[in-house]
Design a protein around this ligand. Structure first.
Ligand code: ADP
Ligand code: ADP
Ligand code: MG
Length: 478
């Protein structure tokens, strides 16, 4: 592999370029209209314009991207996450063009891309599934008989869903018919596939996932777990490795189940097996993500394995050089997704120019970043700006470093999830490891935020930093 095209943008494109460079592989970036001056395209050795700003006219244009790869003389494509990363058809076209696809086979992507096909595939391997159906539900009578068995609450889920979309919780039978119809029509319009199914809604669960690596010769290992329970809109904001909820026995058991899931679809490359853990510590398979995961850095920090490097090596046919026995958690890592969102306004996007943008640095601090000062955050894509990752020999040390790093990460011009991250690091439920996927609903709001900081000595500094521009101007004029 001499030259690699990265079919993505933002922090993940920058992240991939850095490993490619380390391995002596030349890099080709692609960019849309909105990304004409984006960081990722300036970091690559070469970059090519691929179309107007909307993803559907640029980063999702399969033939345009493959043509650029061929024209530039690239011999491999890395899809990153999101966009075309879980598109089996794209993987096929890449292979047919004679290029190396950095990811699993199109067949494995297809099976795991459908939550129902995935359940079907793993069920034969005795992997525990959430009680409910492993087939699509179309009629209300069928739905009624399912909920009679599972009991309420239930979750109606789109088989083709992703990114936290296509799910609705149902607490009583009264709304069953209405919810089912709405879920089917939503799934049809959002994912082009109206298959929905019913799962028992696990109350107070934790989201725990395992990182998988598998080479083309049947050697499959897991690189331990990540806890991703701090979520908003069913989507992760803070992740850590390892999870405080698992003891060694449960970790081994879940790790083995994760390997079975990967084997069930003949998986190769890096992938993630997601589980939900209930209060009694029963675990259930949720889905497998057939790509590099947003939160992969926390695994890299505690295992010392560069996951992008392993993806590239596996894709070019090398044997996985790591044995399961040699994987040990060394220390603790935490990641905060820095989104251009206002945590005090329902985490709604806050999209504008980065007037001031200064990254933290120091021992145990890593920032996977996609922007520079002065950049405009495009409205067309995911509003994630960067990921702030801290490492410590203990969890407490990683938490302290995260608090410091947040204080030294200066972003003016937009609202971000930084103050939310600081709040979580200071919150007793997080510090004690007693939290679940409802942390935000249970503990976070503006009042709780003000209360938490009212006890702190440096409240003045903190508040002036996080006050909105509006509040600041009020202060100056009063
Ligand atoms: P992870 O499990 O890696 O944390 P997320 O669920 O947060 O992944 O999604 C990763 C990226 O992919 C995000 O940019 C998200 O917006 C995007 N994404 C994932 N699935 C979909 C989907 N079905 N439709 C639209 N975007 C998606
Ligand atoms: P996506 O493809 O959108 O990532 P997942 O099936 O991975 O969908 O679920 C995303 C999140 O939704 C989980 O991390 C969890 O918070 C919640 N969730 C999913 N299934 C259940 C369930 N059966 N019970 C409770 N929460 C669930
Ligand atoms: Mg998921």
């Amino acid at each position: 592999m001499k030259k690699l095209l990265i079919a993505n943008r933002g922090e993940i494109a920058c992240r991939i370029i850095s490993t490619a460079r380390k391995m002596g592989i030349r890099t080709v970036a692609v960019y849309s209209e909105a990304d004409r001056y984006a960081l990722h395209s300036s970091l690559a050795d070469e970059s090519y314009y691929i179309g107007p700003s909307p993803g559907s006219e640029s980063y999702l244009k399969m033939s345009v991207i493959i043509d650029v790869a061929l024209k530039a003389g690239a011999n491999a494509i890395h899809p990153g996450y999101g966009f075309l990363s879980e598109n089996a058809q794209f993987a096929r076209l890449v292979n047919e063009a004679g290029l190396i696809w950095i990811g699993p086979s199109p067949e494995a992507i297809e099976v795991m891309g459908s939550k129902l096909a995935a359940k079907e595939a793993v069920k034969k391997f005795n992997v525990p599934l959430v009680p409910g159906t492993d087939y699509p539900i179309s009629g209300v009578e069928e739905a009624r008989s399912v909920v009679q068995k599972t009991g309420f609450p239930v979750l109606i889920k789109a088989s083709a869903g992703g990114g936290g979309k296509g799910m609705r919780v149902l607490y009583e039978e009264k709304f069953l018919e209405e919810s089912l119809q709405a879920a089917i029509s939503e799934a049809t319009s959002a994912f082009g596939d109206g298959s929905v199914f019913i799962e028992k809604y696990i109350t107070n669960p934790r989201h725990i996932e395992f990182q998988i690596l598998a080479d083309q010769y049947g050697h499959t290992i897991h690189l331990l777990d990540r806890e991703c329970s701090i979520q908003r809109r069913h989507q992760k904001v803070i992740e850590e490795a390892p999870s405080v909820a698992l003891d060694e026995e449960l970790r081994n058991e879940m790790g083995k189940a994760a390997i079975m899931v990967a084997k069930a679809c003949g998986y190769t490359g890096a992938g993630t097996v997601e589980f939900i853990l209930d209060e009694a510590k029963n675990f259930y398979f949720l889905e497998m993500n057939t790509r590099l995961q947003v939160e992969h850095p926390v695994t890299e920090m505690i295992t010392g394995v560069d996951l992008v490097e392993q993806q590239i090596r596996i894709a070019r046919g090398e044997k996985l050089p790591i044995q399961q026995e040699s994987i040990r958690a060394n220390g603790h890592a935490i990641e905060l997704r820095v989104y251009a969102e206002d945590p005090f306004n329902d985490f709604l996007p806050s999209i504008a120019r980065l007037q001031t943008y200064s990254l933290p640095s120091g021992e145990g601090v890593r920032v996977d970043n996609g922007y520079r000062e002065g950049d405009e955050i495009p409205i067309y894509y995911d509003p994630m700006i960067s990921k702030l990752i801290t490492y410590g020999h203990t969890r407490q040390a990683a938490i302290e470093r995260m608090k410091n790093a947040i204080d030294n990460y200066i972003i003016l011009g937009i609202e971000t999830t930084l103050p939310f991250g600081h709040f979580v690091m200071c919150h007793a439920a997080f510090i004690n490891g007693e939290f679940d996927t409802h942390f935000v609903a249970k503990h976070f709001n503006e009042e709780a935020y003000r209360e938490l900081y009212s006890n702190e000595a440096h409240i003045a500094a903190r508040f002036t930093r996080w006050l909105t521009e509006k509040e600041k101007s009020k202060l100056t004029f009063e």
